[in-house]
Design a protein around this ligand. Structure first.
Ligand SMILES: CC(=O)N[C@H]1[C@@H](OP(=O)(O)OP(=O)(O)OC[C@H]2O[C@@H](n3ccc(=O)[nH]c3=O)[C@H](O)[C@@H]2O)O[C@H](CO)[C@@H](O)[C@@H]1O
Ligand SMILES: C=C(OP(=O)(O)O)C(=O)O
Length: 440
Protein backbone atom coordinates (compact mmCIF):
# COMPACT_ATOMS: atom_id res chain seq x y z
CA UNK A 1 0.00 0.00 0.00
CA UNK A 2 1.36 3.48 -0.87
CA UNK A 3 -0.24 6.64 0.50
CA UNK A 4 0.66 9.97 -1.12
CA UNK A 5 2.39 12.45 1.20
CA UNK A 6 2.50 10.04 4.14
CA UNK A 7 4.83 7.50 5.69
CA UNK A 8 3.87 3.94 6.50
CA UNK A 9 4.87 3.33 10.06
CA UNK A 10 3.55 0.30 11.88
CA UNK A 11 1.09 -2.52 12.18
CA UNK A 12 -1.23 -2.38 15.16
CA UNK A 13 -2.61 -5.77 16.21
CA UNK A 14 -5.27 -6.48 18.84
CA UNK A 15 -4.44 -10.14 19.43
CA UNK A 16 -5.60 -13.16 21.35
CA UNK A 17 -8.18 -14.21 18.74
CA UNK A 18 -8.10 -17.47 16.78
CA UNK A 19 -7.91 -17.28 12.97
CA UNK A 20 -10.62 -18.75 10.72
CA UNK A 21 -11.13 -18.81 6.97
CA UNK A 22 -9.21 -19.19 3.70
CA UNK A 23 -6.01 -17.53 2.58
CA UNK A 24 -4.29 -17.47 -0.82
CA UNK A 25 -0.50 -17.79 -1.08
CA UNK A 26 1.42 -15.60 -3.55
CA UNK A 27 4.33 -16.50 -5.80
CA UNK A 28 7.64 -17.37 -4.12
CA UNK A 29 9.94 -14.45 -3.34
CA UNK A 30 13.14 -16.45 -3.58
CA UNK A 31 12.12 -17.92 -6.95
CA UNK A 32 10.87 -14.61 -8.41
CA UNK A 33 14.03 -12.70 -7.50
CA UNK A 34 16.13 -15.19 -9.52
CA UNK A 35 13.74 -15.81 -12.41
CA UNK A 36 13.34 -12.08 -13.17
CA UNK A 37 17.12 -11.51 -13.66
CA UNK A 38 17.18 -14.80 -15.64
CA UNK A 39 15.11 -13.00 -18.30
CA UNK A 40 18.39 -11.27 -19.26
CA UNK A 41 19.47 -14.56 -20.83
CA UNK A 42 16.39 -14.78 -23.03
CA UNK A 43 16.26 -13.52 -26.60
CA UNK A 44 12.58 -12.56 -26.83
CA UNK A 45 9.69 -11.78 -24.51
CA UNK A 46 9.24 -13.78 -21.29
CA UNK A 47 5.82 -13.64 -19.74
CA UNK A 48 6.20 -14.37 -16.03
CA UNK A 49 3.05 -15.16 -14.05
CA UNK A 50 2.32 -15.47 -10.31
CA UNK A 51 4.78 -12.70 -9.44
CA UNK A 52 4.40 -11.65 -5.78
CA UNK A 53 3.71 -7.97 -5.09
CA UNK A 54 6.53 -7.39 -2.62
CA UNK A 55 9.21 -4.72 -2.42
CA UNK A 56 12.13 -7.04 -3.30
CA UNK A 57 10.42 -7.88 -6.58
CA UNK A 58 9.67 -4.21 -7.31
CA UNK A 59 13.36 -3.47 -6.82
CA UNK A 60 14.58 -6.35 -8.99
CA UNK A 61 12.24 -5.21 -11.78
CA UNK A 62 13.54 -1.63 -11.40
CA UNK A 63 17.15 -2.80 -11.70
CA UNK A 64 16.23 -4.68 -14.87
CA UNK A 65 14.59 -1.55 -16.29
CA UNK A 66 17.66 0.54 -15.36
CA UNK A 67 19.74 -1.90 -17.38
CA UNK A 68 17.48 -1.19 -20.38
CA UNK A 69 14.89 -4.00 -20.24
CA UNK A 70 11.36 -3.39 -21.43
CA UNK A 71 9.08 -4.42 -18.53
CA UNK A 72 5.32 -4.30 -19.09
CA UNK A 73 2.69 -5.07 -16.49
CA UNK A 74 0.05 -7.38 -17.93
CA UNK A 75 -2.02 -7.73 -14.76
CA UNK A 76 -1.46 -7.67 -10.98
CA UNK A 77 0.72 -10.78 -10.98
CA UNK A 78 1.99 -10.97 -14.57
CA UNK A 79 4.75 -9.09 -16.38
CA UNK A 80 6.20 -9.26 -19.87
CA UNK A 81 9.96 -8.76 -19.88
CA UNK A 82 11.97 -8.15 -23.03
CA UNK A 83 15.72 -7.82 -22.47
CA UNK A 84 16.66 -7.92 -26.16
CA UNK A 85 17.79 -4.27 -26.17
CA UNK A 86 19.78 -4.38 -22.92
CA UNK A 87 23.37 -3.27 -23.53
CA UNK A 88 24.39 -2.22 -20.01
CA UNK A 89 26.09 -4.72 -17.67
CA UNK A 90 26.52 -2.38 -14.67
CA UNK A 91 23.92 -2.60 -11.90
CA UNK A 92 23.18 0.66 -10.01
CA UNK A 93 24.76 0.72 -6.56
CA UNK A 94 21.96 2.06 -4.34
CA UNK A 95 19.43 -0.42 -5.66
CA UNK A 96 21.65 -3.51 -5.45
CA UNK A 97 22.69 -2.85 -1.86
CA UNK A 98 19.09 -3.01 -0.64
CA UNK A 99 18.52 -6.68 -1.46
CA UNK A 100 20.31 -10.01 -1.36
CA UNK A 101 19.07 -11.22 -4.70
CA UNK A 102 20.95 -8.53 -6.65
CA UNK A 103 23.78 -11.13 -6.69
CA UNK A 104 21.82 -12.98 -9.43
CA UNK A 105 22.67 -10.16 -11.83
CA UNK A 106 26.31 -11.34 -11.73
CA UNK A 107 25.46 -14.78 -13.13
CA UNK A 108 22.80 -13.50 -15.52
CA UNK A 109 24.92 -10.64 -16.95
CA UNK A 110 28.03 -12.84 -17.20
CA UNK A 111 25.97 -15.41 -19.08
CA UNK A 112 24.49 -12.83 -21.41
CA UNK A 113 27.45 -10.48 -22.05
CA UNK A 114 30.50 -12.28 -20.64
CA UNK A 115 30.83 -9.32 -18.25
CA UNK A 116 29.10 -7.97 -15.14
CA UNK A 117 29.61 -5.13 -12.70
CA UNK A 118 27.45 -5.57 -9.61
CA UNK A 119 27.81 -4.05 -6.13
CA UNK A 120 28.03 -6.48 -3.20
CA UNK A 121 24.47 -7.50 -2.25
CA UNK A 122 22.44 -6.47 0.81
CA UNK A 123 19.64 -8.51 2.42
CA UNK A 124 18.75 -9.52 5.97
CA UNK A 125 21.52 -9.33 8.60
CA UNK A 126 21.97 -12.97 9.55
CA UNK A 127 25.71 -12.98 10.32
CA UNK A 128 28.42 -13.30 7.66
CA UNK A 129 26.96 -13.71 4.16
CA UNK A 130 29.98 -14.31 1.88
CA UNK A 131 29.62 -15.06 -1.84
CA UNK A 132 32.93 -16.89 -2.26
CA UNK A 133 31.19 -20.02 -3.62
CA UNK A 134 29.44 -17.99 -6.33
CA UNK A 135 32.81 -16.52 -7.32
CA UNK A 136 34.50 -19.93 -7.19
CA UNK A 137 31.94 -21.12 -9.76
CA UNK A 138 32.43 -18.15 -12.10
CA UNK A 139 36.24 -18.49 -11.90
CA UNK A 140 36.01 -22.24 -12.66
CA UNK A 141 34.06 -21.24 -15.78
CA UNK A 142 36.87 -18.98 -16.94
CA UNK A 143 35.87 -15.60 -15.50
CA UNK A 144 38.20 -13.07 -13.91
CA UNK A 145 36.54 -11.67 -10.81
CA UNK A 146 37.77 -8.82 -8.64
CA UNK A 147 36.33 -6.20 -6.31
CA UNK A 148 37.24 -2.60 -7.20
CA UNK A 149 35.60 0.70 -6.35
CA UNK A 150 32.82 -1.03 -4.39
CA UNK A 151 31.88 -3.22 -7.36
CA UNK A 152 32.29 -6.91 -8.11
CA UNK A 153 33.72 -6.92 -11.63
CA UNK A 154 33.50 -10.19 -13.51
CA UNK A 155 34.49 -10.87 -17.10
CA UNK A 156 34.79 -14.04 -19.14
CA UNK A 157 38.28 -14.39 -20.65
CA UNK A 158 37.12 -14.94 -24.26
CA UNK A 159 33.78 -13.18 -23.91
CA UNK A 160 31.93 -16.47 -23.21
CA UNK A 161 32.06 -18.70 -20.16
CA UNK A 162 33.22 -22.30 -20.51
CA UNK A 163 31.38 -25.21 -18.90
CA UNK A 164 33.17 -26.51 -15.79
CA UNK A 165 32.97 -28.88 -12.84
CA UNK A 166 32.11 -26.95 -9.65
CA UNK A 167 32.07 -28.60 -6.23
CA UNK A 168 30.41 -26.29 -3.68
CA UNK A 169 32.24 -26.40 -0.33
CA UNK A 170 29.01 -25.47 1.39
CA UNK A 171 25.41 -26.04 0.30
CA UNK A 172 24.44 -22.60 -0.98
CA UNK A 173 21.13 -21.61 -2.53
CA UNK A 174 22.51 -18.42 -4.06
CA UNK A 175 25.68 -20.02 -5.46
CA UNK A 176 23.73 -22.94 -6.98
CA UNK A 177 21.30 -20.60 -8.74
CA UNK A 178 23.93 -18.07 -9.79
CA UNK A 179 26.10 -20.76 -11.37
CA UNK A 180 23.04 -22.16 -13.17
CA UNK A 181 22.37 -18.68 -14.58
CA UNK A 182 25.97 -18.27 -15.72
CA UNK A 183 26.08 -21.78 -17.23
CA UNK A 184 22.84 -21.74 -19.25
CA UNK A 185 24.51 -20.07 -22.28
CA UNK A 186 28.11 -21.19 -21.58
CA UNK A 187 30.17 -23.24 -24.00
CA UNK A 188 29.86 -26.88 -22.89
CA UNK A 189 28.68 -28.73 -19.81
CA UNK A 190 28.75 -27.38 -16.24
CA UNK A 191 28.30 -29.78 -13.35
CA UNK A 192 27.42 -28.39 -9.90
CA UNK A 193 28.15 -30.88 -7.13
CA UNK A 194 26.86 -30.51 -3.57
CA UNK A 195 24.14 -28.27 -5.01
CA UNK A 196 21.28 -26.90 -2.91
CA UNK A 197 17.87 -28.53 -3.48
CA UNK A 198 15.32 -25.88 -2.46
CA UNK A 199 12.05 -25.66 -4.44
CA UNK A 200 13.19 -22.32 -5.94
CA UNK A 201 16.22 -24.06 -7.46
CA UNK A 202 13.94 -26.44 -9.31
CA UNK A 203 11.75 -23.48 -10.29
CA UNK A 204 14.66 -21.56 -11.82
CA UNK A 205 15.76 -24.69 -13.73
CA UNK A 206 12.18 -25.21 -14.97
CA UNK A 207 11.98 -21.58 -16.08
CA UNK A 208 15.28 -21.77 -17.97
CA UNK A 209 14.37 -25.15 -19.52
CA UNK A 210 11.01 -23.80 -20.65
CA UNK A 211 12.94 -21.05 -22.50
CA UNK A 212 15.19 -23.65 -24.18
CA UNK A 213 17.96 -24.39 -21.66
CA UNK A 214 19.27 -27.91 -21.02
CA UNK A 215 19.42 -28.41 -17.23
CA UNK A 216 19.14 -31.80 -15.53
CA UNK A 217 19.14 -32.84 -11.91
CA UNK A 218 17.76 -29.68 -10.24
CA UNK A 219 16.34 -30.79 -6.89
CA UNK A 220 19.19 -33.30 -6.42
CA UNK A 221 22.70 -32.48 -5.26
CA UNK A 222 24.21 -32.82 -8.74
CA UNK A 223 22.97 -30.42 -11.41
CA UNK A 224 24.17 -30.70 -15.01
CA UNK A 225 23.79 -27.70 -17.30
CA UNK A 226 24.61 -28.17 -20.96
CA UNK A 227 25.12 -24.68 -22.39
CA UNK A 228 22.92 -23.81 -25.37
CA UNK A 229 23.41 -21.13 -28.06
CA UNK A 230 20.19 -19.25 -27.41
CA UNK A 231 17.15 -19.09 -25.13
CA UNK A 232 13.85 -17.95 -26.67
CA UNK A 233 10.79 -16.31 -25.09
CA UNK A 234 7.86 -18.10 -23.46
CA UNK A 235 5.38 -18.11 -20.59
CA UNK A 236 6.21 -19.29 -17.07
CA UNK A 237 4.35 -19.30 -13.75
CA UNK A 238 6.32 -18.99 -10.49
CA UNK A 239 5.73 -21.58 -7.74
CA UNK A 240 3.81 -20.65 -4.57
CA UNK A 241 5.86 -19.31 -1.67
CA UNK A 242 6.77 -22.12 0.73
CA UNK A 243 7.79 -19.67 3.46
CA UNK A 244 4.74 -17.43 3.16
CA UNK A 245 2.55 -20.55 3.49
CA UNK A 246 4.63 -21.80 6.42
CA UNK A 247 4.32 -18.43 8.11
CA UNK A 248 0.51 -18.58 8.03
CA UNK A 249 0.64 -22.20 9.24
CA UNK A 250 2.75 -21.04 12.20
CA UNK A 251 0.28 -18.18 12.80
CA UNK A 252 -2.60 -20.67 13.12
CA UNK A 253 -0.43 -22.83 15.42
CA UNK A 254 0.27 -19.84 17.67
CA UNK A 255 -3.15 -18.15 17.65
CA UNK A 256 -5.34 -21.25 17.19
CA UNK A 257 -8.20 -21.64 14.73
CA UNK A 258 -8.85 -23.35 11.41
CA UNK A 259 -7.50 -22.01 8.12
CA UNK A 260 -7.36 -23.41 4.61
CA UNK A 261 -4.14 -22.24 2.97
CA UNK A 262 -4.65 -22.26 -0.80
CA UNK A 263 -2.31 -22.20 -3.82
CA UNK A 264 0.48 -24.22 -2.19
CA UNK A 265 2.52 -27.28 -3.19
CA UNK A 266 1.95 -29.44 -0.07
CA UNK A 267 5.14 -31.46 -0.76
CA UNK A 268 7.20 -28.26 -0.29
CA UNK A 269 5.62 -27.86 3.14
CA UNK A 270 6.41 -31.38 4.42
CA UNK A 271 9.35 -30.19 6.54
CA UNK A 272 7.11 -27.59 8.24
CA UNK A 273 4.02 -29.82 8.45
CA UNK A 274 5.99 -32.60 10.20
CA UNK A 275 7.12 -30.26 13.01
CA UNK A 276 3.72 -28.60 13.44
CA UNK A 277 2.10 -32.04 13.72
CA UNK A 278 4.60 -32.97 16.45
CA UNK A 279 3.42 -29.83 18.22
CA UNK A 280 -0.21 -31.01 18.10
CA UNK A 281 -1.40 -29.01 15.07
CA UNK A 282 -3.74 -30.95 12.75
CA UNK A 283 -2.85 -30.64 9.08
CA UNK A 284 -4.83 -32.10 6.20
CA UNK A 285 -3.30 -31.94 2.74
CA UNK A 286 -5.38 -31.26 -0.37
CA UNK A 287 -4.07 -31.20 -3.96
CA UNK A 288 -3.00 -27.57 -3.78
CA UNK A 289 -4.02 -26.57 -0.28
CA UNK A 290 -3.47 -27.46 3.37
CA UNK A 291 -6.07 -27.21 6.11
CA UNK A 292 -4.46 -26.21 9.40
CA UNK A 293 -6.34 -26.67 12.70
CA UNK A 294 -5.37 -25.92 16.26
CA UNK A 295 -7.91 -26.04 19.05
CA UNK A 296 -7.50 -22.69 20.87
CA UNK A 297 -8.37 -24.41 24.16
CA UNK A 298 -5.41 -26.85 23.93
CA UNK A 299 -1.76 -25.98 24.44
CA UNK A 300 0.83 -26.85 21.82
CA UNK A 301 3.39 -29.56 22.62
CA UNK A 302 7.09 -28.82 22.85
CA UNK A 303 9.57 -30.00 20.24
CA UNK A 304 13.17 -29.58 19.07
CA UNK A 305 14.06 -28.11 15.69
CA UNK A 306 17.29 -27.84 13.72
CA UNK A 307 17.30 -25.67 10.61
CA UNK A 308 19.02 -27.22 7.59
CA UNK A 309 19.15 -26.88 3.81
CA UNK A 310 16.08 -28.35 2.01
CA UNK A 311 14.50 -30.83 2.62
CA UNK A 312 15.42 -29.97 6.23
CA UNK A 313 13.47 -27.45 8.28
CA UNK A 314 13.96 -24.03 6.57
CA UNK A 315 15.94 -21.37 8.38
CA UNK A 316 13.51 -18.81 6.90
CA UNK A 317 10.81 -20.35 9.16
CA UNK A 318 12.90 -20.37 12.34
CA UNK A 319 11.68 -17.12 13.98
CA UNK A 320 8.02 -17.85 13.14
CA UNK A 321 8.04 -21.39 14.61
CA UNK A 322 9.96 -20.09 17.63
CA UNK A 323 7.01 -17.81 18.45
CA UNK A 324 4.62 -20.77 18.36
CA UNK A 325 7.00 -22.73 20.62
CA UNK A 326 6.97 -19.82 23.10
CA UNK A 327 3.37 -20.87 23.79
CA UNK A 328 3.98 -24.64 23.90
CA UNK A 329 3.96 -26.67 27.09
CA UNK A 330 7.52 -27.49 28.23
CA UNK A 331 11.01 -26.72 26.96
CA UNK A 332 11.88 -26.63 23.25
CA UNK A 333 15.32 -26.32 21.72
CA UNK A 334 16.05 -24.67 18.36
CA UNK A 335 19.42 -25.07 16.66
CA UNK A 336 20.14 -22.69 13.79
CA UNK A 337 22.08 -24.77 11.27
CA UNK A 338 22.46 -22.26 8.43
CA UNK A 339 23.18 -18.74 9.75
CA UNK A 340 25.55 -17.51 12.48
CA UNK A 341 23.19 -14.90 13.85
CA UNK A 342 19.46 -15.39 13.41
CA UNK A 343 18.20 -14.66 16.92
CA UNK A 344 18.15 -10.88 16.85
CA UNK A 345 14.36 -11.00 17.27
CA UNK A 346 14.64 -12.63 20.71
CA UNK A 347 15.02 -9.33 22.59
CA UNK A 348 11.82 -8.11 20.94
CA UNK A 349 9.82 -11.23 21.74
CA UNK A 350 10.91 -10.97 25.38
CA UNK A 351 8.87 -7.76 25.53
CA UNK A 352 5.73 -9.85 25.12
CA UNK A 353 6.68 -12.14 28.01
CA UNK A 354 8.39 -14.97 26.09
CA UNK A 355 11.19 -16.90 27.80
CA UNK A 356 14.04 -17.68 25.43
CA UNK A 357 17.73 -18.11 26.25
CA UNK A 358 20.18 -17.95 23.37
CA UNK A 359 23.67 -19.41 23.42
CA UNK A 360 25.37 -19.09 20.03
CA UNK A 361 23.29 -21.02 17.51
CA UNK A 362 21.04 -22.63 20.13
CA UNK A 363 17.87 -21.15 21.60
CA UNK A 364 16.15 -22.76 24.58
CA UNK A 365 12.49 -21.82 24.84
CA UNK A 366 10.49 -22.26 28.05
CA UNK A 367 6.85 -22.23 26.99
CA UNK A 368 4.58 -19.71 28.73
CA UNK A 369 0.76 -19.72 29.16
CA UNK A 370 0.24 -16.45 27.35
CA UNK A 371 2.00 -13.56 25.65
CA UNK A 372 0.96 -9.98 26.33
CA UNK A 373 0.95 -7.29 23.62
CA UNK A 374 3.76 -4.71 23.53
CA UNK A 375 5.52 -2.38 21.07
CA UNK A 376 8.13 -4.33 19.06
CA UNK A 377 10.31 -3.89 16.00
CA UNK A 378 10.85 -6.04 12.94
CA UNK A 379 14.63 -6.38 12.76
CA UNK A 380 14.52 -8.32 9.49
CA UNK A 381 12.00 -9.95 7.18
CA UNK A 382 11.23 -13.22 9.00
CA UNK A 383 11.80 -11.66 12.42
CA UNK A 384 9.12 -9.17 11.40
CA UNK A 385 6.75 -11.97 10.40
CA UNK A 386 7.44 -13.58 13.78
CA UNK A 387 6.48 -10.32 15.53
CA UNK A 388 3.17 -10.30 13.63
CA UNK A 389 2.48 -13.89 14.70
CA UNK A 390 3.35 -13.00 18.28
CA UNK A 391 0.97 -10.03 18.10
CA UNK A 392 -1.85 -12.24 16.77
CA UNK A 393 -1.37 -14.74 19.61
CA UNK A 394 -0.73 -12.21 22.38
CA UNK A 395 -3.48 -10.74 24.53
CA UNK A 396 -3.75 -6.97 24.21
CA UNK A 397 -2.21 -4.61 21.67
CA UNK A 398 1.05 -5.17 19.81
CA UNK A 399 2.57 -2.47 17.62
CA UNK A 400 5.09 -3.71 15.06
CA UNK A 401 7.50 -1.05 13.82
CA UNK A 402 9.98 -1.17 10.88
CA UNK A 403 7.44 -2.94 8.70
CA UNK A 404 9.40 -2.19 5.53
CA UNK A 405 11.31 -5.39 6.30
CA UNK A 406 8.08 -7.41 6.31
CA UNK A 407 6.97 -5.85 3.03
CA UNK A 408 10.15 -7.17 1.40
CA UNK A 409 8.61 -10.62 1.37
CA UNK A 410 4.90 -10.68 2.29
CA UNK A 411 2.27 -9.53 -0.17
CA UNK A 412 -0.70 -7.83 1.45
CA UNK A 413 -0.13 -9.40 4.86
CA UNK A 414 -2.59 -7.07 6.57
CA UNK A 415 -5.39 -7.76 4.09
CA UNK A 416 -4.72 -11.51 4.12
CA UNK A 417 -4.78 -11.73 7.94
CA UNK A 418 -7.82 -9.46 8.20
CA UNK A 419 -9.58 -11.97 5.93
CA UNK A 420 -9.02 -14.56 8.67
CA UNK A 421 -10.67 -12.32 11.26
CA UNK A 422 -7.45 -10.88 12.69
CA UNK A 423 -7.64 -7.36 14.10
CA UNK A 424 -4.60 -5.88 12.37
CA UNK A 425 -4.25 -2.53 10.63
CA UNK A 426 -1.61 -0.28 9.19
CA UNK A 427 -1.15 2.97 11.08
CA UNK A 428 0.16 5.79 8.97
CA UNK A 429 1.87 8.83 10.44
CA UNK A 430 1.41 11.83 8.14
CA UNK A 431 4.60 13.75 7.30
CA UNK A 432 3.28 16.91 9.05
CA UNK A 433 2.62 15.04 12.30
CA UNK A 434 6.09 13.55 12.24
CA UNK A 435 7.61 16.96 11.66
CA UNK A 436 5.60 18.49 14.54
CA UNK A 437 6.57 15.65 16.84
CA UNK A 438 10.24 16.21 16.12
CA UNK A 439 9.93 20.00 16.68
CA UNK A 440 8.18 19.33 20.01
C1 LIG B 1 17.39 -14.37 -1.87
C2 LIG B 1 17.41 -15.71 -1.25
O1 LIG B 1 17.10 -16.71 -1.88
N1 LIG B 1 17.75 -15.77 0.02
C3 LIG B 1 17.79 -17.06 0.69
C4 LIG B 1 19.12 -17.72 0.39
O2 LIG B 1 20.14 -16.85 0.86
P1 LIG B 1 21.65 -17.09 0.41
O3 LIG B 1 21.67 -17.53 -1.01
O4 LIG B 1 22.40 -15.87 0.79
O5 LIG B 1 22.04 -18.30 1.36
P2 LIG B 1 23.04 -19.51 1.09
O6 LIG B 1 22.25 -20.76 0.89
O7 LIG B 1 24.00 -19.11 0.04
O8 LIG B 1 23.82 -19.58 2.47
C5 LIG B 1 23.89 -20.78 3.22
C6 LIG B 1 25.15 -20.78 4.05
O9 LIG B 1 26.28 -20.81 3.19
C7 LIG B 1 27.19 -19.78 3.50
N2 LIG B 1 27.78 -19.33 2.21
C8 LIG B 1 26.96 -19.03 1.18
C9 LIG B 1 27.49 -18.64 -0.03
C10 LIG B 1 28.89 -18.56 -0.16
O10 LIG B 1 29.42 -18.23 -1.22
N3 LIG B 1 29.67 -18.86 0.91
C11 LIG B 1 29.15 -19.27 2.11
O11 LIG B 1 29.89 -19.53 3.05
C12 LIG B 1 26.33 -18.71 4.19
O12 LIG B 1 27.11 -17.87 5.01
C13 LIG B 1 25.33 -19.55 4.95
O13 LIG B 1 25.88 -19.96 6.17
O14 LIG B 1 19.14 -18.98 1.06
C14 LIG B 1 19.09 -18.89 2.50
C15 LIG B 1 19.20 -20.30 3.05
O15 LIG B 1 18.10 -21.05 2.71
C16 LIG B 1 17.81 -18.20 2.93
O16 LIG B 1 17.88 -17.95 4.33
C17 LIG B 1 17.61 -16.87 2.20
O17 LIG B 1 16.27 -16.45 2.38
C1 LIG C 1 16.81 -14.06 4.53
C2 LIG C 1 15.85 -13.84 3.64
O1 LIG C 1 15.95 -13.09 2.55
P1 LIG C 1 17.24 -12.41 1.88
O2 LIG C 1 18.22 -13.50 1.62
O3 LIG C 1 16.66 -11.85 0.63
O4 LIG C 1 17.75 -11.38 2.83
C3 LIG C 1 14.51 -14.49 3.76
O5 LIG C 1 13.78 -14.54 2.75
O6 LIG C 1 14.18 -14.93 4.87
Amino acid sequence: MRIEGAVLTKYVIHGGKPLYGDIEISGAKNAAVAIIPAALLVDGVCRIENIPQISDVTLILKILQELGADVRTVDRTTVDIDCTRVRNARVPDVMARKIRASYYFIGALLGRFGAAQVPPPGGCHLGARPIDQHIKGFVAMGADVDVRGGYINASAKDGRLQGAQVYLDIVSVGATMNIMLAAALADGMTVIENAAKEPHIVDLANFLNSMGADIMGAGTDVIKIRGVERLGGGVYSIIPDQIEAGTYMAAVAAAGGEVRIRNVIPKHLDCITAKLEEMGVEITEGDDSVLVRRDPARRLSRTNIKTLPYPGFPTDMQPQIAVALCLAEGTSVITEGVWDSRYRYVDEIHRLGAQIQVDGKVAVIEGVDRLTGAPVQACDLRAGAAMVIAGLAAHGTTEVDQIQYIERGYEDIVRKLSGLGADIRVVVTPEEEKAQASVG
